[in-house]
Structures are given as structure tokens and as C-alpha cells.
Write a protein that binds this ligand. Structure first.
Ligand SMILES: C[S@@+](CC[C@H](N)C(=O)[O-])C[C@H]1O[C@@H](n2cnc3c(N)ncnc32)[C@H](O)[C@@H]1O
Length: 306
């Protein structure tokens, strides 16, 4: 057997192994939840989830607010629809991430962390932080303090369970809040990350303006997001997979096929790499750049708050 084939076969078995571990995790989750119930009750007082006040002068939502995937919607309804999607899938969210990307989202997040370069004295704000994947990596890799902000309390609760399971109780704040109206002081954080979150906000430009507001001068903005595939052959395979197979997996595993159809549609409606880079620059960031990941399936945009 050639070396390439051997590596391919090994890779397949590693993937199957990972799937089995995730499956067991999922099956054991209810038992573990009971075991940690006591810790959760205690952590409700020691590690609370903060509720954000919405300021009266909140910025207007953008054009994105008129679309929920491919469906035109009333802008006033968009945030509620997005919230319902993540409420519905929060318990199976992490498993689904591994299944639908065959674990590749972990490599993308590792690349993001290499760019963020966590340091002991550094404060990160992770917006749309969900179940805490980015925040936990930041702390594991030596970061100082992290605020996780997400509009969905259900996602944060799953994330906080995960953090408790890993013994992470300090240097981390869980805050409910909207990316467009962050409950965070101006010029207070060294880095801002938003991973697979900007696609879901109603006003991208308002969220970018908020990112700039909360960053200290010299701080850096990072957005990891699904993007537009730049390799024609890969685009065809990816389209076929994402429009047909992926929603079925979502229906089978997370019990919500429509939520994963929204995911696919929202990716197609999201600005391409260059358009997003222009909008990041228009928000006032300097040295804006992006890096394609896996042929543009995802991309990391970054910019400095000068
Ligand atoms: C696809 S998940 C990403 C979670 C996490 N960042 C990750 O990489 O695994 C998208 C998250 O965005 C959150 N979200 C959607 N709209 C938001 C908004 N306007 N402000 C803050 N969070 C939002 C959802 O609740 C959800 O947790």
C-alpha cells in the first residue's frame, strides 16, 4: 500500500474513532448533566451568566436583516428567528460541528488561535461565542481573561457546562448580549473574535462598529466565518454536499433539518471575501486582510484598531 493511501486509511479510522467518542459523549451527556447539577447550582452564584441592558441609542440594523437564509423577512423578526435556530440546536451543536465538517472546524479554529496569539495579560472578547470553543482554546493556550458574549443563553449554558467539565471556572465571563449592542466598555479589550457568528447578525456594519468601539487602540479584530469557495471543482462538491446531505444530517442528529438548511443558505447570502474586507475597512480598521481556509470554505478576516 502506498504511503498516501495508508495515510488516507489511517485518517478514515481516526475520523471514525472521533465520531464514536463524540457519540458516546452525546449518549452520556444526561448522566453527566446530573453529576454536574450541584456544581452548576453553585456556579450560578459564583459564575453567573450576565444579562445585558440594551442601550436606547442602539444602531440601526443593516440590509442583512431583511433575509433569513433565502427567505425574505421583516427586519424586526430576524433576530428572533436566528435565536430560535440556536435554541433548537444548542444541545447537539458541538457534535454537529464535528460531524458536518469531519472535524475540520477544529483546524480552522487552531489557525485562528495562531493569529490571535494568546498571552497571559491579554483580554479577549469572543462575540457569538456560543458553547465557548474559542474562549476555552484561548485560555488553554495561555490567554489572560475572556468575555464570551452571545445572544442565546441556551448556547452559553452548554458552554458553561463544558467549561465546568474541564475545570475552567475563572478568567472567563459569560454574558448575554447582541453583537450590535455589546454590553462591554469602550476601548477595554485587546482582541475581538467572532467565529461563525457575523453571518447571523442582523446588521454586519453595526457589529463591526461595535467591535471597533470595544477594542483598545492597537487591538485586533478577527472574524472566522464560512465564505465563498474559490476552487471551481471544490465548489461543485461542496454545494452538492451542503444543499443535500448536510440538512439531512442536521435532521437526523440535531432533530432540526430546517436549522441546517438556514445554515447553508446564510453562508451563500454572506458577503464574499473582498466585500467583507471592504466593510471591515469601512468600519475604521487598518491593515485589513483575510486568509482563505480549505479553498475558501471558510476565511479569517482581520484588522487593527489604530
Ligand atoms: C454558529 S454559532 C458559533 C458559535 C461559536 N463561535 C463557534 O465557533 O462554535 C453562532 C452563534 O452566534 C450567536 N448569535 C447569533 N446572532 C447573534 C447576535 N446578534 N449577537 C451575538 N450572538 C449572536 C448564536 O446564538 C450562536 O451561538
Amino acid at each position: 500500500m502506498g504511503a498516501r493511501r495508508f495515510r488516507g486509511v489511517c485518517g478514515f479510522f481516526v475520523w471514525v474513532g472521533r465520531f464514536c467518542v463524540q457519540f458516546l459523549n452525546w449518549q452520556l451527556a444526561p448522566a453527566r448533566a446530573n453529576r454536574y447539577a450541584a456544581a452548576m447550582t453553585e456556579s450560578d452564584t459564583t459564575n453567573p451568566i450576565h444579562q445585558a441592558e440594551v442601550p436606547a441609542d442602539a444602531p440601526e440594523s443593516g440590509a442583512e436583516a431583511r433575509w433569513f437564509g433565502f427567505t425574505p423577512v421583516d427586519p424586526a423578526e430576524k433576530a428572533g428567528l436566528v435565536r430560535a435556530v440556536f435554541d433548537s440546536v444548542s444541545e447537539r451543536y458541538d457534535l454537529m460541528n464535528d460531524l458536518m465538517s469531519a472535524g475540520v472546524h477544529r483546524l480552522w479554529k487552531a489557525t485562528l488561535m495562531q493569529l490571535v496569539r494568546p498571552q497571559p495579560g491579554m483580554t479577549l472578547l469572543d462575540v457569538a461565542g456560543g458553547t465557548g470553543d474559542i474562549a476555552l482554546r484561548f485560555l488553554e493556550q495561555g490567554g489572560g481573561h475572556v468575555h464570551i458574549c452571545d445572544i442565546n443563553e441556551s448556547m452559553l449554558r452548554v458552554g458553561r457546562d463544558r467549561a465546568i467539565n474541564k475545570g475552567v471556572l475563572s478568567h472567563i465571563d459569560w454574558v448575554t448580549g447582541d453583537a450590535e449592542r455589546l454590553p462591554i466598555a469602550s476601548r477595554s479589550v485587546d482582541a475581538y473574535t467572532i467565529a461563525f457568528g457575523l453571518r447571523n447578525v442582523s446588521g454586519i456594519d453595526a457589529a463591526l462598529a461595535e467591535a471597533r468601539r470595544v477594542l483598545k487602540p492597537g487591538g485586533r479584530f478577527f472574524c472566522l466565518e464560512f465564505s465563498h469557495v474559490v476552487l471551481p471543482l471544490l465548489r461543485e462538491v461542496y454545494d452538492a454536499y451542503s444543499f443535500t446531505i448536510l440538512p439531512k444530517i442536521g435532521g437526523f442528529v440535531a432533530g432540526d433539518e430546517a436549522a441546517y438548511r438556514y445554515l447553508v443558505e446564510s453562508i451563500r447570502k454572506f458577503p464574499d471575501q473582498d466585500s467583507l474586507a471592504r466593510r471591515v475597512a469601512a468600519a475604521g480598521f487598518g491593515q485589513v486582510r483575510y486568509r482563505n481556509l480549505t479553498g475558501g470554505i471558510a476565511a479569517i478576516h482581520s484588522g487593527w484598531r489604530l
